[in-house]
Write a protein of this length. Sequence first.
Length: 412
Amino acid sequence: MGIDLKIAWRNIWRNRRRSILTILAIAFACLLLVFMLSFQLGSYADMIRFSLRIHTGHLQIKADGYQKDKDIRKVVSDPGAVAEILQAQPGVADYTFRANAFSLLSSHDRTYGVMVSGIDPQREARVTTIKHVIRQGAYLSGGDNNEAIIGNLLAENLKVGAGDEMVLLGQARDGSVAASMLTVTGIFSSGQTDMDRSVALITLDTFDRLYFMRGAVHEVVAVCPALGDVKPAQAAVQKALDGLKTRRHLRVWNWQELIPGLLQGIKIDFFSGIIFYMIMVIVVAFSILNTFLMAVFERTREFGVLLALGVTHGRLTRLLLLESSFLCAVGMVAGITGGALITLYFQQNGIHISGASEILKSYGLPEVLRPRLSWVTIISGPAVVFAVTFLTALYPALRARKLKPAAAMHAA
């Protein structure tokens, strides 16, 4: 086997130019796959993280049926007991409480139906990034003070700014009228159109008084240290909640169940990328096929002499497959090294996409995108290239098995 390795290595350099071009094609494919997969998966991680940190969180605990119809009477009646469970879970980093109600908000000129959410300003700032996307005015100060912050699109529709007043009118939990005058203290721009157009945030204390909640909430929102902690934390919290003696069953929802469109969009984009990558790999495969078909045709007389001297068809096939493996291995090492170095550079420095901030924000992405190098992105793409290259080289190698010594030696 040792002599076969030496012969195969020598043979790939007999036509140096063709071999170098083939190696470069393989290296470019591997480099592009490593970088693009790292960039694609890194952007997905950023998209999920930024989208969830704006408002949704990784987990939400709600009364059974509330997710479907948003009935104000379906509440988490004892949020303190739920908080104790979350505090005992190592897979939960932090949590906050929210109460929600559909209501009307009116300015001097216009009236719009919105989702009014009561939040704990301090806890909300630890769980979501809403405090950091205030574009005008200030964040909620806390307490029962009739303050409100609204989205920039809602502010445009109502024609109000920071310091202006709005009238709130809705229905409380007990069926009475919830009405008050609210002062706009801040205007946020989350980048999520639905939220910026139809959400108003007030303090949880103000919400409790206006909507007669008596300490109950509608959602307990929790975040986990990493996406991998979500499913185990969900199962553990649900098990603990099932042991609570509450009037209504509580269910834990994960982010995939809360916003399935985000995951579906990622899957569509990922499979679109896979189609592009497969086309590129096929192009490389044809390059390899051409190289080895030419090698078989050019060396037919040589193969005939080798067969006449007693070299078996199996050994000849093995030599050709070793040559293809050497070509692919050199190209893969070069491509993986180059792709990893480029990815690490942009992972540290980021890719600045100027002029596209609004588009990126609408998808929950920052202006600076960073690829994420991992063993998956390093191995998966080049592994496919190697497999396709090896399978492509089988055809000319098997073709050599059919050669007859006498006919091969007299080939033109």
